[in-house]
Design a protein around this ligand. Structure first.
Ligand SMILES: *[C@@H]1O[C@H](CO)[C@@H](O)[C@H](O)[C@H]1NC(C)=O
Ligand SMILES: *[C@@H]1O[C@H](CO)[C@@H](O)[C@H](O)[C@H]1NC(C)=O
Length: 365
């Protein structure tokens, strides 16, 4: 009696767990992330590169209070989008933990230091460039096919949400990396921007060819106003005019390219997120978002805490929520929350042709 009732409880528990699993895997849509350090969840931890965020104080406000490879004091943009989708954070594709059922949550292919161009971030040596990220996406789909069959795998990808954040490094870690860089001798800025957009278009087309059907594409932030640029090349104490000019040329052309691609496909596959506008909002009025500063990094050294890397020897602010920038280049978790809120509910000034809550409502039907 005792033994058999225990057996039955175990069976019920087993059944409940099995149902839980099924509900879990068909409930939340999968989420895929591509791009650079703004969205890397820790792939670079597994690579021999200097572009890494795997030591303190990175992660100081993460739930574990440990560094994870995210370039943030806490959560980053993909984490906060995962929360909205009702799923676990995406695991880095290179993580040995990304196996079995966990594959069905999605995957994060992003790698700090990379750009649209293959030659961006060469100083970081061994990083996962965009074409490689897309190859890994193909490999991922094969692994999921082996797990749930190829029809189901195709469906999982088609119904997934995708985020791609890339482009800032093509300016900061390529064109403007050193005075008289190879690219700046090859192209005038307006021609370089055109070239970037044409190469980016190929990457987005490839993502579509690999099955992606809902893709959030973020523009660059106000590149010239990040603490690193304020420290190194401010224009009369203000944002770097040259990098601001780059962002001002790039972002509208990115939006136009996205409109063209959607027209060609005949559907709103690509959604432009105007992160420049959001950032500009909190740079021009930090107090409205609860920031005491949008110019000084929480972690760093030198003017604006904008010089060098954020390490255990750097200045570190006690309250990260008061800073728009965590380190010389990357937003704080608090700023990431503002950005994701705009992605979710922003007007067409921020999200074009529509915001993520509209997308989620549309895709439910
Ligand atoms: C970048 O590299 C990929 C493969 O590694 C290649 O297919 C692509 O053509 C390269 N892009 C340019 C502009 O050279
Ligand atoms: C964005 O989301 C809100 C709901 O949160 C909605 O009222 C609004 O119309 C949406 N805007 C666009 C442009 O889709």
């Amino acid at each position: 009696m005792e033994a058999s009732s225990t057996f039955i409880s175990w069976m019920i528990l087993g059944l409940a767990l099995a149902i839980g699993n099924i509900v879990h895997t068909t409930d939340a849509r999968a989420f895929f992330v591509f791009g650079d350090s703004l969205v890397d969840n820790g792939n670079n931890n597994y690579l021999a590169t200097t572009a890494r965020a795997d030591s303190p104080p990175y992660g100081i406000d993460y739930p574990t209070h440990r560094p994870t490879g995210r370039f943030s004091n806490g959560l980053n943009i993909p984490d906060l989008i995962s929360q909205q989708l009702g799923s676990e954070p995406t695991l880095p594709y290179l993580s040995p933990e990304l196996t079995g059922q966990k594959l069905l949550v999605g995957a994060n292919f992003a790698s700090a230091g990379i750009g649209i161009l293959n030659d961006t971030g060469i100083q970081f040596l061994n990083i996962i460039r965009m074409y490689r990220q897309l190859e890994y996406f193909q490999e991922y789909q094969q692994r999921v096919s082996n797990l749930i069959g190829s029809d189901q795998a195709k469906r999982l990808v088609k119904e997934a949400l995708v985020l791609i954040t890339v482009g800032g490094n093509d300016f900061v870690n390529n064109y403007y990396l050193v005075p008289f860089s190879a690219r700046s001798r090859q192209y005038r800025l307006p021609d370089y921007v055109k070239y970037l957009i044409s190469e980016y278009k190929k990457l987005l087309q490839k993502l579509y060819d690999l099955g992606a059907r809902r893709v959030l594409v973020t523009g660059t932030g106000p590149l010239g106003c990040v603490p690193a640029e304020l420290a190194m090349r401010n224009t009369n104490g203000g944002c770097s005019a040259e990098l601001q000019r780059a962002a001002a040329l790039y972002n509208p052309q990115l939006n136009q390219m996205i409109r063209d691609l959607n027209n060609k496909i005949g559907r709103d596959v690509f959604i432009a997120a105007n992160t420049q506008q959001t950032h500009t909002d909190f740079i021009s009025n930090p107090q409205a978002f609860g920031f005491s500063s949008s110019r000084i990094a929480c972690c760093g050294q030198g003017p604006y805490n904008g010089i060098g890397l954020c390490t255990s020897l750097s200045n570190l602010c006690p309250n990260r929520d008061l800073y728009a920038f965590w380190d010389p280049f990357h937003p704080s978790e608090k700023a990431n929350r503002v950005i994701v809120q705009q992605i979710l509910t922003g007007s067409t000034d921020y999200m074009s042709p529509m915001n993520l809550s509209t997308i989620m409502a549309l895709d439910k039907i």
